[in-house]
Design a protein around this ligand. Sequence first.
Ligand SMILES: [Fe+2]
Length: 249
Amino acid sequence: MAFFGLFGKKKEPLVPLRELGLKCDMHSHLIPGVDDGSPSAKDSLNLIAGLGRMGYKKLIITPHFMTGFYNNTADGVTRSLEILNEGIARQEPEISLEVAAEYYIDYDFMHDLGSKPMLTFGNKMLLFECSFTNQHRNFDETVFEMQINGYKPVLAHPERYTYWHGATRLMQEFHDRGILFQLNILSVIGAYSPSVNKAAMALIDNGLVDFIGTDLHNPNQLAVIENAMIPVSLFEKLKSLNLLNNSLL
Ligand SMILES: [Fe+2]
């Protein structure tokens, strides 16, 4: 994993990222074998134990739902969670698990929205993601459909969509329309690319962050998150955000 220009220019004291005090994570891929995240129950247990060491007490796990790639169903992932929970209850009794979903906004998602209950967290919060390459043609309509069906849309990692980089006013508009924003912790520490890191900083500077999620898939990412040290000025900015993570406990 490459890292890009966070700690370069001026020397500042560093603070462990885990001291942010986040106790609930609401974006990860830790149900074994259902998407591109954890491949086995053993891996899941190790990843969950790692998040426990960071101070997390509740993990809302969000498998990908994407037609043609990850054909998950609510019943299927709920059953998988129950099996995982048996191991967690024995090995990590202080951590509670829930399952929701990270929905990709495709045709099936639009169809299911009005016809079956969706996997949500908190008060009908629905995590969704978009294409990384092209802005969805019906993005506005899709958001509206979520809202008229009673859901609160939570956009996963808005900083990772390159077509919205630099579009702070548009992001503010989305937020004003009731879309909640979930920033990836890996974006904050520069683990994707300089442009994603810059977009993350713009969202932080404008207070456009409602949740910080791990989006954890694998042990490499866990090691990065667990050992991350961030400049104290960034730490203070993150602490001053009105984050909703711990309201989900
Ligand atoms: Fe994800």
